[in-house]
Design a protein around this ligand. Sequence first.
Ligand SMILES: Cc1cc2nc3c(=O)[nH]c(=O)nc-3n(C[C@H](O)[C@H](O)[C@H](O)COP(=O)(O)OP(=O)(O)OC[C@H]3O[C@@H](n4cnc5c(N)ncnc54)[C@H](O)[C@@H]3O)c2cc1C
Length: 439
Amino acid sequence: MTLKNWNRREFLWGMSQSALALLVMGRVSGQVVTASKPTEVLVLGAGLSGLYTALLLEAKGLSVRVLEARERVGGRVQTLDDIPGKPEAGGQALSEKYHRLLALAERLQVPTEHSKGVDKELLLYIRGQVVLPQDWAVSTANQLAASERQVLPQKLLSHYLRQHNPLESASAWINPKYADLDIPLDKYLLAQGASNEALRLIDFDLGTHFNSIKSTSALWALRNDQHDQTRSKQSMHIQNGNSRLPEKMAASLKSPVQLNKIVESIHSQATGVKVHCSDGSKFDADYVVVTLPFSVLRQVEITPPLPKIQAQAVQELPYTAVTQIHFTVRHPFWETDGYPPRMWTDSRLESVFPIRDEQGRVQSLVCWANGSNAKQLDAMSADALAKYVTSELKRIRPGTEGNIDIVRVVSWGRARSLCSGCLFPLCPRTNPTLSRQNG
Ligand SMILES: Cc1cc2nc3c(=O)[nH]c(=O)nc-3n(C[C@H](O)[C@H](O)[C@H](O)COP(=O)(O)OP(=O)(O)OC[C@H]3O[C@@H](n4cnc5c(N)ncnc54)[C@H](O)[C@@H]3O)c2cc1C
């Protein structure tokens, strides 16, 4: 196909092959592309979606420019290379079922490998008490109903979703016959017999899919449960850090990604599309493909406005708040107190995970909170957060006192436009006094 002659229909068809949720804007329908030069496309955002789109379009002979707001590519894939153990701030694991991504990694010669997965052993900290999982059923911290007492707190949600999940597959959730399950998750769980204590604990273990059991649809939770049951149990990652894949994708493009270009407005007109960035730069193209998260797109001026249903999705689609606090370890306190380093708590800090190297040695720790707990941490000033986290961990695990240092805070919910940890005051790069504050 002569790509300079791509019309709108062919362009949209070509884009649909990427199977990504993208917004494509450009010439008014029916407009004939008369220019003798190849069709020019702007791709907004250099996360996996934007980079993959750009690679596909370049392979078709189009002239593609990628605009990225940050000073790095990868978006919500970000390996924290400067923290021991190289924890992943964003996308953690791939699955053997990510066929398209794995094929791309192979083509670009980016090696992948199987992951060891998170530690199975953990310490519970509930209602102010330290409990080992084997003691949970008889612990005085366990205030679940008699029928629930044997179920570990982190298994309660799947316990209730799985016993009567009516969906025959994850994709069945959009079938209108299940519309009556589109109710708040807490109401659904209560109807399934969950106690109030079970609901309280479940709200500390919602993962990255939900903000709270009150604001999540039971239908979506049941969909995720089905998805979890069928997905590959063997997780994978990119060797040496997941960021290596978007970096290689970007390096494989003919035109380098233009970094530090914060898109502020997109104007579609009969002759093409104009994009304005916050630094005053302007870009023209025949089409623009928008891969910005909706939480960001809400703040971008789009003319003419999106069709009503799209505009509503952009405005209303919820994103889960995730906040991570990364620590280096001065002394392995778990060797002193004898408990596993991984913790599951009913505190605002939620969970703590060890980051291990290939040999299984703990390199650093990450405290990971989601949803409303993440939002409450995000609302604190840098100083208040450092004090709060240090004193909470000391309360939960006295051995942490003086033995860990906060080295980075990553909030995916707080920074609305750029999201990344380096924007945050707790980052040692922006606050070199931090290690002294916590020392
Ligand atoms: C904590 C966390 C854990 C996750 N774990 C997993 C997992 O284990 N497995 C999995 O499959 N997925 C996981 N995900 C999801 C996965 O990371 C994302 O689905 C994926 O990276 C999204 O890619 P994207 O290109 O669509 O969006 P993004 O990666 O968000 O890319 C959008 C890009 O647009 C840029 N941008 C933003 N605003 C502007 C602007 N105004 N102008 C120009 N550019 C802009 C951003 O900087 C970014 O680079 C996780 C996500 C998070 C946050």
